[in-house]
Design a protein around this ligand. Structure first.
Ligand SMILES: [Zn+2]
Ligand SMILES: [Zn+2]
Length: 267
């Protein structure tokens, strides 16, 4: 059981529930030592109703984390951060977001601001674009952890040669920059889906993690909590994930390690 979780949302994204304090409280009850808040990153070009906080909510978000950090000092270490998409035209803004936080996790849901969600429909061509955006974000030094690298499987009905090639590119880049990949524990919420390979969860997807193991990638578990009580489900979810994903060969980090905050642009 890991003693940290770096993927935690707040109600500001409009599809998560609970107060910020309830997340911290739940993390403490779950026995975590480190909790990273990484709500969906705002972008000045986007006004959203169900995906992310709006730019004017950013300050309140950071202030809330700062006051919880003081309140929980000594019992729970609280980090600030965002889960962001890499949009090349927003690079300057993303660098600012990185400056003001402890941690940036890349969750490449969209191909552009207001664009197509890779988790809704993802052709072979799109999966290669997904890999390309991730490679660029890593090269820009923006990424501390790559969230659900196998997210594209949510928009597909099968694992193809393009998926294989995209995954090799992603894992090669992760290994080169020594950025950990997240084994996401909340992809399961979408349930089992009918795929060419049989009934499977979209992610985590075993073929991806076999490639990650070939590259000896570092890996962390992430709860991707959208409700405070989900933080208490981590060990149960890990057991389930281990029943269908082979994690052998990965460099799994389960005990909090400061080096998780020292990669990307901080190297
Ligand atoms: Zn979310
Ligand atoms: Zn995500």
């Amino acid at each position: 059981m890991p003693d940290f979780n770096l993927h935690t949302h707040t109600a500001r994204c409009r599809h998560a529930v609970g107060t910020d304090r309830e997340y911290a409280q739940a993390a403490l009850s779950a026995g975590l030592k480190v909790l990273g808040f990484t709500d969906h990153c705002p972008f000045s070009c986007l006004r959203d109703v169900s995906d992310r906080m709006n730019p004017e909510e950013r300050e309140g978000y950071l202030n809330s984390i700062q006051s919880l950090r003081q309140e929980f000092q000594g019992s729970l270490r609280i980090l600030s951060g965002y889960e962001f998409e890499y949009f090349p035209q927003c690079l300057k803004e993303l660098k600012q977001r990185r400056q003001e936080t402890d941690l940036m996790i890349l969750g490449q849901h969209y191909d552009g601001p207001g664009g197509v969600d890779f988790g809704v429909v993802c052709s072979d061509e799109a999966v290669l674009r997904y890999a390309e955006l991730i490679e660029e974000a890593l090269a820009q030094g923006l990424v501390d952890v790559l969230a659900h690298p196998d997210y594209f499987m949510l928009g597909r009905g099968d694992w193809s040669e393009a998926c294989q090639q995209a995954s090799i590119r992603i894992c090669r880049a992760l290994a080169a920059w020594d950025v950990p990949a997240e084994i996401n524990l909340n992809g399961i919420r979408y349930g089992l889906r009918q795929m060419t390979q049989g009934k499977r969860y979209a992610y985590p997807w075993n073929d991806f993690w076999r490639i990650a193991a070939d590259f000896h990638c570092r890996a962390v578990f992430g709860m991707d909590a959208h409700a405070p009580q989900q933080l208490t489900l981590m060990s149960e979810r890990i057991a389930l994930v281990r029943s269908f994903v082979d994690l052998k060969g990965l460099r799994l980090v389960e005990q909090w390690d400061e080096s998780l905050l020292k990669k990307g642009a901080r190297r």
